[in-house]
Design a protein around this ligand. Structure first.
Ligand code: NAD
Ligand code: GLY
Length: 350
């Protein structure tokens, strides 16, 4: 097992290892507290029981909120139902919410925890590779609006993160690929070594080490810039185009695959502008392809440009893009919004 301590405004630890859901919890953290377990239907059927047993052994009073799986549930309606349920069972500010699942569950449950009675504790138990390496750490929470991805939310750090790598054994192949896209993102923004390592050995053959390496990289950025005004923005490599692809596809293209497309588009455009070499671009495209990830979108240029204009990262008439310079090194670049269509065209969007 590996432990990574995150020193944000509210410090917490991330535990990563096999069999953690069948272990024990420090009962002083949950004894006699109300604990609301939030999960989607698929994940609850798989891991609801072991988690509830773990919490019961620690002396918690357990309630559950289970919603239909998928990004379509990450909205104000499900969030509202969860808040009503928390009220109905009389959760108080001393109680705890536990997000069991992927990024959809973590983002929505975290938002409910961050806003219910002006904020209560929550724990993240990631069960997708994507949530293990990225969304369970760092405190970004929120839901989608019809007009865009993650348009409402708060920063609210979890009080614990427990990543049982055994849960990844039931992950469908497509969800594995989505997680690999975020791992390739980490390699591109900060670790040539990780890039090489996942080229040589599949991520599935080295879960604990890869997750620890990604969480450590995220910790370093989040500790420097908890509220996402500076270096943390590097974690958005591929996300500006990616979020637009998700929105334009009506969320038929999932987050990880959309990020893969976003990284490919920006890297091709960076090559055209002379910001990175052809070799860097080819290596990225080859690695994405070797993990079965897409590098092109069928969304058209005008729809995608329009969706990017509403991106949260745009401020005034400008947008901050994350641009690759070489494998393991990206930089932030402010561009005028008016140049977005040119960037997309250079990146192969038609
Ligand atoms: P998800 O939560 O929808 O999970 C994907 C699918 O996998 C779901 O159908 C779920 O039921 C299923 N699943 C989950 N764990 C499983 C398991 N162990 N075995 C079998 N099936 C399992 O999606 P995701 O890819 O985990 O997360 C995507 C979301 O995360 C997006 O909404 C994205 O915006 C968000 N995100 C947030 C951050 C952040 O920092 N907060 C970072 C990256 C992504
Ligand atoms: N997933 C991007 C971030 O947490 O900043």
């Amino acid at each position: 097992m590996q432990t990574i301590n995150i020193n944000t405004s509210k410090p917490y630890s991330v535990l990563i290892g096999s069999g953690l859901l069948h272990g024990s919890v420090h009962s002083e953290k949950i004894r006699d507290r109300n604990v609301m377990v939030v999960s989607d239907d698929t994940v609850y059927a798989l891991y609801g029981k072991p988690l509830c047993s773990l919490l019961k052994r620690g002396g918690a009073h357990i309630f559950t909120f289970v919603f239909p799986h998928g990004e379509q549930s990450k909205n104000l309606s499900t969030y509202g139902k969860l808040l009503e349920e928390m009220c109905r069972v009389r959760m108080t500010r001393n109680d705890l919410l536990v997000a069991l699942g992927g990024g959809v569950t973590g983002d929505m449950a975290g938002f409910a925890a961050g806003t219910y009675q002006r904020g209560i504790d929550f724990a993240q138990i990631p069960t997708t590779l994507l949530s293990a390496v990225d969304s369970s750490v760092g405190g970004k929470t929120g839901v989608d609006l019809e007009s865009g991805k993650n348009m409402v939310g708060v920063f609210h750090q979890p009080s614990h993160v427990l990543c049982d790598t055994d849960t990844l054994l039931t992950l469908p192949e497509d969800e594995y690929k989505n997680g690999c896209a975020e791992i390739i993102k980490y390699a591109m923004i900060g670790s040539r070594r990780l890039f090489q390592s996942i080229k040589e050995v599949p991520v599935s053959g080295q879960y604990e080490n890869v997750i620890s390496e990604c969480v450590t990289m995220k910790r370093d950025l989040v500790e420097k810039d908890e509220f996402d005004n500076g270096p943390r923005m590097l974690l958005n490599f591929g996300h500006t185009v990616g979020h637009a692809v998700e929105t334009c596809s009506g969320y038929k293209v999932p987050h990880g695959k959309a990020v893969a497309i976003g990284m490919a588009v920006i890297t091709r455009a960076a090559e055209v502008s002379g910001l990175c070499s052809k070799d860097t671009c080819d290596k990225l495209l080859d690695l994405l392809a070797s993990y079965g990830l897409p590098t092109d979108t069928s969304c058209d240029l005008s729809m995608l440009s329009a969706a990017i204009m509403t991106d949260k990262k745009s401020r005034g008439g400008k947008l901050t893009l994350v641009v690759p310079r070489e494998i393991g090194s990206c930089e932030l670049m402010e561009i005028p919004k008016s140049s977005v269509p040119e960037w997309l065209k250079a990146g192969g969007v038609r």
